[in-house]
Write a new protein. Sequence first.
Length: 263
Amino acid sequence: MDLNLDLLSVRLNGTDLVRELSLDVRSEHVVGLVGPNGSGKSTALRCVYRALKPSSGAVWIGDHDLSTLSLRQSAQLVAALSQESGTDLDFTVEEVIALGRTPHLRGNQPLSARERELCRRAMKQLDVTHLAHRGVLELSGGERQRVLVARALVQEPRVLVLDEPTNHLDVRHQIELLSLLKGSGLTVLIVLHDLNLAAAACDHLGVLAGGRLVASGTPREILTTALIRNVFGVDAEIIAHPLTGDPQLLYSLDPDLVKGTPS
Ligand SMILES: Nc1ncnc2c1ncn2[C@@H]1O[C@H](COP(=O)(O)OP(=O)(O)OP(=O)(O)O)[C@@H](O)[C@H]1O
């Protein structure tokens, strides 16, 4: 199912946080939203999982204007891992993951055998089976993040939006999560700070700066030294990954070295 942001604008307290953002995420594609701190990435995502109402413009899921759907209907289509995602309740890991089924259940209906199997599969995929009976409040940041991704998968959405889902993960779990998303068949919109991971995981990137989309295209089209310099104010060397050909950025703490003029 396609996700389309259509001239989305968000104005809060007299400030334009997102300005006329249009971005298409084709069905089953992974699109990354990248940009400097404060460029509006989380704000745009919040409109997709309905934590925020856009000031103008619309979010389309397939043929549905999201604002015309009930919250329950939206939650059947869109799952989110946000910066605010979490749980303050002392639930076990398996209880939190089972909560992903909430939009599909009526009242206190128990989970079916299929739904319990779905939970088991998600726990396995996110490598949290061994944590099933632990309280979520006692988990590490990365463990909790994996539990919340498992909960989002159990929701069986058509569209998954994730705000920096790798920020607490070790390198193995970063790679496993992004590989899982890539092969999931879900339509994915993901905010990532790590541009090398974004280049490897995303079919398409949108670059935000000052709330505006300043570039959009495949990682190979987008990740150029000029763009990195202009948008992030950083000098980087860009090489092709020797196996995949994906652009990979190399940074140096000594800017003169990256500019090719060693001191
Ligand atoms: N409720 C609010 N009222 C006013 N300004 C806000 C509000 N929420 C966010 N902002 C501002 O909007 C801008 C965009 O914030 P946003 O969180 O979308 O950026 P971001 O690109 O996700 O940043 P980061 O990379 O740091 O997570 C920031 O300058 C932020 O301070």
